[in-house]
Design a protein around this ligand. Structure first.
Ligand code: IFM
Length: 654
């Protein structure tokens, strides 16, 4: 979006963890649209300056990934022939998470005239649901306050601007309440070739961090002004430099891949906050409204490896979010008649399941969404991330204070989710695996094998803590009501879990009956402008072996060391041609698996396919925000795939 707005601009500001329920209560909570702090109206000699008025002489926006600054260079010839040059800078500080900075240099190139600049910080016209706002004028008073109605969270956006001419003279500011917020105005007679600088700071505080967000914001704003622009910029750039020094991936010989990995790193670094363990990262982080800011398994499976290996405190905070939402996961399991903890398929601030119950297809049909009821593998995915974080970092304190409880209660869930049946095997019925084209399936290989893994790690962690920290174990077991026999029973369940593995072919059947479904030749089907389930129709897709996204392939990626190479080869070659990549999560994991199998050509093809999701608008969904799982998957494809990095008992191996 552009500061002065245009017909395509749709600015939005979100704060992690600030949700509200909209008028459509059935749709669940969504990230609250906060006041747009960036808005500026520019008027030259009575004419508004806009890209759409007059002639664009030059216009370039650069997202500086190294310093995390958005630069904009703009030269506009207005309808009266006046050429104005503007240079903008905008950032959200990594050194100070409350601080947002905007600076603009304005130069009249071929004229002298009066220029007016107006900033308006207002609560949105279409607030997220019942969100209400109010404004107050005057320095030191809260600028714009938004209060979420369903959650009662208050958000204060305190702003202020300062303008100086090239001669160092301060331009007088008029500050007053507007109809929905605060307005600041400057007007000066600009001499030809003279550059004027406007600096604006915005401070965001929520009642999540401070009981009195207005007071905290006002104090913070005063401190920031005292520090001054240069120090604020230096601190931000230094914070980014520190993060890049451990997170950068260098690619020799391919600039496009290099840029794609830096783009991924930029968004991954931006999205995490090691200081807040009450929030996680939504499918699009804070970059857009798709999925309403909800958190999926994407975080634990696609993003966590990046954080675990480059920023353990951020990884820990993300896992603590799952610890704090464990009560909701326990309640969900209990409500559905299971034991232990079943994490929400879609989670927001409380950890309750907030998956919408229906959606409208591109053809206008209202279809039920069953993932909230049936996509249970998320519990094993959370456990998987906990275990790997602990293995990589040796953070015993986290394990004892939080991680073990997650591993134990998710294992307990799996021991209650399925049943021993007449064939002596343990079956898990009526689930949705990662391939969401097939609903209500039995013995999904991904779900069952991840459940098996979860049960085994649950039993392992019980034994480990009982041996190494017997006192802690006694307290934990008592609190969870765990008898000494229970973890041993998990091992028996794990040993009996149906895997769908056929030793003759080396294949896992994606779910029971999958091999009997119609085999559609996707390659022969040709390009399809819409997702394949729309092309074939939902019914036919359901009755076919067409797969939405990496399912068995995702299992391979996660449990790579559990299977011999021939099994990987057989499964990848079977499932890859049947996968339609209807989810943005899919191509990067295919790149990773292909790279591990040494199929460089296919790995590169999938890597580029994943890159194009955000950098070439391949799935026509970029307006909803960047696809965080793709970006985390790209990092994994490069580091764990192409570079072949693995964590072994002896440390890192390549
Ligand atoms: O979590 C994913 C899911 O696997 C496929 N649909 C999109 C979700 C959010 O990215």
């Amino acid at each position: 979006s552009l500061a002065e707005g245009c017909s395509l601009s749709r600015p939005a500001t979100f704060a992690a963890g600030v949700f509200d329920v909209g008028p459509d209560a059935g749709a669940g909570p969504q990230l609250v649209r906060l006041p747009d702090w960036t808005h500026l109206a520019l008027v030259v000699g009575g004419l508004p300056l806009a890209l759409e008025a007059g002639e664009i002489v030059e216009h370039r926006r650069v997202l500086d990934l190294r310093q995390a600054i958005l630069w904009r260079e703009w030269r506009q010839r207005d309808p009266a022939g006046r050429v104005t040059r503007l240079r903008f800078l905008r950032l959200a500080s990594l050194a100070d998470r409350h601080l947002l900075v905007q600076a603009v240099l304005i130069t009249p190139e071929n004229y002298s005239d009066t220029i007016h600049v107006e900033s308006r910080v207002e609560w949105p016209v279409e607030p997220g649901g019942g969100t209400v706002g109010r404004g107050a004028a005057g320095d030191g008073a809260p600028d714009v306050l938004v209060r979420t109605t369903s959650r009662g969270v208050g958000v204060v956006v305190a702003t202020g601007g300062e303008m100086r001419t090239g001669r160092g003279e301060r331009v007088e500011r008029v500050r007053e309440p507007g109809p929905r917020g605060i307005v600041e105005r400057w007007a000066w007679s600009a001499g030809i070739g003279e550059t004027t600088l406007l600096v604006r700071l915005a401070i965001v505080y929520t009642s999540r961090e401070d009981e009195n967000p207005a007071g905290a914001a006002a104090r913070h704003l005063a401190r920031a002004w005292h520090d001054g622009l240069e120090r604020l910029l230096d601190a931000h750039v230094a914070a980014w430099s520190a993060r890049w020094s451990v997170a950068d991936v260098r690619v020799a010989g391919d600039e496009a891949d290099q840029r794609a990995l830096r783009f991924a790193g930029y968004h991954l670094i931006s999205a995490a906050n090691p200081e807040d363990e009450r929030v996680s990262i939504g499918a699009r982080a804070l970059t857009g409204e798709a999925y309403r800011g909800h958190v999926f398994w994407d975080t634990e499976i696609y993003l966590l490896p990046f954080y675990t290996l480059t920023d353990p405190p951020a990884a820990r905070a993300l896992l603590m979010y799952r610890y704090h939402t464990l009560p909701a996961a326990r309640e969900r399991a209990r409500a559905l008649g299971y034991r232990g903890a079943l994490y929400a398929w879609e989670s927001a601030d409380t950890g309750e399941d907030v998956t919408p119950s229906s959606a409208v297809t591109p053809g206008g049909e209202v279809v039920p969404i069953l993932t909230g009821e049936q996509e249970h593998h998320v519990s094993a995915d959370v456990a998987y991330a906990v275990w790997h974080y602990w293995r990589a970092t040796g953070d015993d304190r986290f394990l004892l204070d939080a991680g073990a409880e997650i591993l134990l209660d998710t294992a307990r869930f799996w021991a209650s989710r399925g049943r021993f049946e007449a064939d002596g095997r343990y079956h898990i019925r009526c689930v949705i695996g990662p391939d969401e084209y097939h609903e209500g399936v039995d013995d999904n290989a991904y779900t069952n094998l991840m459940a098996r893994w979860n049960l085994e790690r649950g039993a392992d962690v019980a034994r480990l803590i009982a041996d190494r920290w017997p006192e802690r174990w006694r307290a934990l077991a008592e609190r969870l009501g765990l008898s000494p026999e229970e973890p041993e029973a998990w091992r028996r369940v794990a040993a009996a879990i149906e895997t769908g593995f056929d030793p003759r072919t080396g294949l896992f059947e994606q779910f029971r009956g999958f091999f009997d479904l119609e085999d559609v030749d996707l390659a022969a089907h040709g390009p399809c402008a819409v997702p394949i389930d729309v092309c074939l129709g939902r019914e036919r897709t359901r009755r076919s072996q067409v797969i939405k996204q990496a399912d068995v392939v995702a299992l391979q990626v996660l449990l790579w060391d559990s299977f011999p190479r021939e099994v990987h080869e057989a499964n990848f070659r079977y499932y890859e041609p049947r996968t339609a990549h209807g989810s943005s999560l899919s191509p990067a994991f295919h790149a990773l698996a292909a790279a591990r199998l040494g199929d460089t050509v296919l790995a590169e093809r999938y890597f580029r396919q994943a890159v194009e999701i955000d950098l070439a608008e391949r799935m026509s969904s970029a307006a909803g925000g960047v696809h965080m799982a793709t970006l985390g998957g790209l990092w994994q494809a490069a580091v764990l795939g192409a570079a072949g990095m693995r964590l072994t008992e002896d440390g890192l191996a390549f």
